[in-house]
Ligand binder design. Structure first.
Ligand code: PMP
Length: 467
């Protein structure tokens, strides 16, 4: 059997097979919003369906494809790693690739960070930060931000800023509390007791997205220092060029004690995450022979993940992808700002590098159709834009977060000016239709939302739970 023959034999069965063996509700969701395509191949910022139609991928796999899909440099590095028959995981022994990737990461990170713990996902990197932060400080409390997102395992979930992710999965860990994002007074009140181990924050909150005011992150770092709390920046989504710098923290010159990364370090191929930490944290936790293996995971760091990470860092540097993200992000803002004037339903557009969003609002003077949609579910208007963008204009986008009327994109950083034009023109055309809220559209949306509605609404959950 070859993979090719296996795939040929089952061509066209992917959705039914997935529904039968993995998750029928997810397939139902794809069918309801018309995202039930049969995907055939991918390259850079494009996906091709089984008919050969090209789609512009502005989701970027929820931010794992910063270097583009099927990037040849990463693929070549992986093939080379396979052909080298590297020693792999010796477990009671080490190989060179993990040390080399750790070195490459530390060279690009702030000087406050001196050691690396590898993981296989973002949430595991966060778990590491929470556990090691507790051991290093001898404190147990953790403070996070409202609307923050750090992953779906129980520790990360305990730090989540929206209850919608944790309902039904409790009880969560004790000692966790939340403060509003961008509020230094609230943070100081939470840290003042000098009993908080870790303050964890995304520099740009992915679920929103919400951008920090000037001085907020620097102020948060300063408060953490003052009260002996470890400052943990979660860059699982914002890292590796996404915001126009290698790490988002570079915009503000932050020097955290803990930094979590994952997603795009994989080159889109092999899952990998990392917790970068200060030497002080590392030495406090791994402080003796007895504690030399206090935390870890069997498969991290494996050679293929390390090879993908090394090739990804090289690709980001040599193709100057953070700079490209900065340029394309500026262009996108410049081209989409006029939509705020042009359409009453557009409340604002916002972005930093290639994390970009458009927020909708009820048109001036009120709209009956809008209110009907909102009554059924917040975010339904945004979904009425996402669907034609996909179906008619062949562009993948998503509704951001729960209970929001926001569309958010996280495209591969290889996005071109032509791609930006494609998106802006499609958005303009879609908004001019959607703003009028044609009756048929409203009826369809309400019917679909009602038919599928679980307790928290339906459409706004499409893909938002992990990005
Ligand atoms: N932290 C942040 C900021 C994230 O955006 C995510 C995933 N969207 C995670 C952690 C969790 O990463 P993973 O899905 O790899 O566990």
């Amino acid at each position: 059997m070859t993979l090719r023959s296996l795939l040929d034999e089952h061509r066209g069965e992917e959705l039914d097979l997935y529904a039968r063996t993995i998750n029928p509700q997810f397939v139902r969701l794809l069918r309801t919003i018309g995202f039930d395509r049969r995907w055939a191949r991918a390259e850079g910022a494009y996906l091709y369906d089984a008919d050969g139609t090209r789609f512009l991928d502005l989701l970027g796999g929820f931010g794992i494809y910063n270097v583009g899909r099927n990037n040849p440099r990463i693929r070549a590095a992986l093939v080379e790693a396979l052909e080298l028959d590297t020693p792999g995981k010796v477990q009671l022994g080490v190989s060179a690739l993990p040390g080399l990737l750790a070195k490459a990461l530390l060279e690009r990170a702030p000087s406050s960070l001196g050691r690396v713990l590898f993981t296989s996902s973002g949430t595991e990197a966060v778990e590491g930060a929470l556990k090691l932060g507790r051991a290093a400080t001898g404190r147990s409390k953790v403070v996070s931000c409202e609307h923050g997102f750090h992953g779906l395992t129980l520790g990360s979930l305990s730090a989540a800023g929206d209850a919608v992710f944790s309902e039904r999965f409790g009880p969560l860990l004790p000692g966790f509390s939340r403060v509003p994002f961008d509020d230094l007074e609230a943070l100081e009140a939470a840290l003042r007791g000098q009993d908080v181990a870790v303050f964890i924050v995304e520099p740009v909150q992915g679920h929103g997205p919400h951008f920090p005011s000037d001085g907020y992150l620097e102020g948060a770092q300063e408060l953490c220092r003052r009260y002996g709390t470890l400052f943990c920046v979660d860059e699982v989504q914002t890292g590796f060029g996404r915001t126009g710098r290698m790490f988002a923290l570079d915009h503000w010159g932050l020097e955290p004690d803990l930094l979590t990364v994952a997603k795009s370090l994989s080159g889109g191929y092999v899952p990998v995450g990392a917790l970068l930490m200060s030497r002080a944290v590392c030495d406090a936790v791994f402080d003796s022979l007895e504690h030399s293996v206090s935390h870890g995971s069997t498969f991290a760091p494996n050679d293929l993940a390390m090879a993908a990470g090394l090739a990804t860092l090289e690709e980001l540097d040599s193709e100057r992808l953070p700079e490209q993200a900065a340029r394309m992000g500026e262009l996108l803002l410049e081209r989409t700002r006029p939509l705020v004037e042009r359409y009453e339903v557009v409340k604002n557009v916002r972005g930093l590098g290639l994390i970009w969003a458009i927020e909708f609002q009820e048109p001036d003077g009120g709209s009956r159709s809008w209110r009907m949609l909102e009554r059924v579910q917040t975010g339904l208007f945004a979904q009425l834009v996402v669907m034609p963008l996909f179906d008619r204009h062949k562009i993948l986008t998503q509704v951001a977060g729960h209970d929001s009327n926001v569309i958010k994109i996280l495209p591969p950083l290889v996005l071109s000016e032509d791609d930006v034009d494609w998106f802006v023109e499609a958005l303009d055309a879609t908004l001019s239709r959607a703003e009028k809220l044609p009756r048929a559209m409203v009826r369809f949306a309400i019917k679909a939302a009602r038919a599928n509605r679980p307790r928290h609404g339906f459409f706004s959950k499409t893909g938002s739970s992990r990005a």
